[in-house]
Design a protein around this ligand. Structure first.
Ligand code: AMP
Length: 281
């Protein structure tokens, strides 16, 4: 396994692999790896000749300095896990390497970021869209792997890849969860024990909505209210948003006709968590 730091070296290496006729897979991460990341890496390993994992805590997608400052970092641990899971190349650039003096270009989408995470975290998706575009240009992947855990992000990335005619396949894999349903997240380690215990209410509310839809509920307003009520049974949960929406556009629905997605965000203490579930009749 190699670790590459500069965009220039990474781009050259990727170009060499492409010239040799090898397929390249990329898993973009911010590190603090857990089983969710590892599921993406294993799939990337299985489907490509060369598996690249990028490891970059991208400051431009954080709208709060304290969130960026306390984001967990563990390069040594991450390298071991990445190696075991079959990563060939870790691309771990510096902030200065990605955004040198004079940098001023960004990628923005017009509609997808106008709600949910986009309004709760102003500038977040511009940061995500820009860094992903840069990572795609630097690592030259044939396939890039993302988790459904960050549902809106996966839609943003699919959209920008299509809109900008990027010649790569975006693969989105299911959310990996703890035994009690809590979606794995690098931020989970920041939860205090009682916050951690109550955080399972998010997935419970989503699973209940899935069951309600399977049982015939089609009224999105009722589903929305039920999810909200369930989350509010946890005294430590401070609800940010609940949305029952179109799975492509993320526009809220009134009635579920085909497929829908429920998205939620709530804080437990100082830790903000998000989750989602597809609702299928
Ligand atoms: P992050 O390091 O949080 O930026 O996440 C890197 C990638 O891992 C993103 O595509 C996430 O959606 C994905 N990911 C994070 N948590 C999970 C999870 N619990 N299950 C599946 N994928 C995940």
């Amino acid at each position: 396994m190699q670790t590459i730091e500069t965009p220039r070296d990474m781009q050259k290496l990727a170009e060499d692999h492409r010239r040799a006729g090898q397929s390249i897979g990329l898993v973009p991460t911010m590190g603090a790896l857990h089983e969710g990341h590892l599921s993406l890496i294993r799939r990337c390993r299985a489907e490509n000749d060369v598996a690249i994992m990028s490891l970059f805590v991208n400051p431009t997608q954080f709208n709060r300095q304290d969130d960026l400052d306390r984001y967990p970092r563990d390069l040594a641990g991450d390298s071991g896990l990445a190696r075991e899971a079959g990563v060939d190349i870790i691309f771990a650039p510096t902030v200065e390497g990605m955004y040198p003096q004079g940098y001023q270009t960004s990628v923005t989408l017009e509609q997808l970021p106008t709600r949910w995470e986009g309004t709760s975290r102003p500038g977040h998706f511009q940061g995500v869209a820009t860094v992903c575009t840069k990572l795609f240009t630097i690592c030259r992947p044939h396939r890039a792997y993302f988790g459904q855990k960050d549902y809106q992000q996966s839609r943003v990335v699919r959209r920008l890849a299509a809109d900008l005619n990027l010649d790569l396949e975006i693969v989105v894999l299911p959310t990996v969860r703890e035994a009690d349903g809590l979606a794995l997240s690098s931020r989970n380690v920041l939860l205090k024990p009682e916050e951690r215990r109550q955080a399972r209410v998010l997935s419970q509310a989503l699973f209940q909505a899935q069951a309600d839809v399977r049982a015939g509920q089609r009224d999105a307003t009722r589903l929305h209210a039920a999810i909200e009520d369930r989350i509010q049974t946890a005294p430590l949960a401070v609800l940010d948003y609940v949305g029952v929406c179109d799975p492509e556009t993320l526009v809220p629905l009134e009635k579920i006709e085909d497929r829908a997605v429920a998205v939620v965000a709530a804080s437990f203490g100082t830790t903000r968590l998000i989750d989602n579930a597809l609702l299928e009749p």
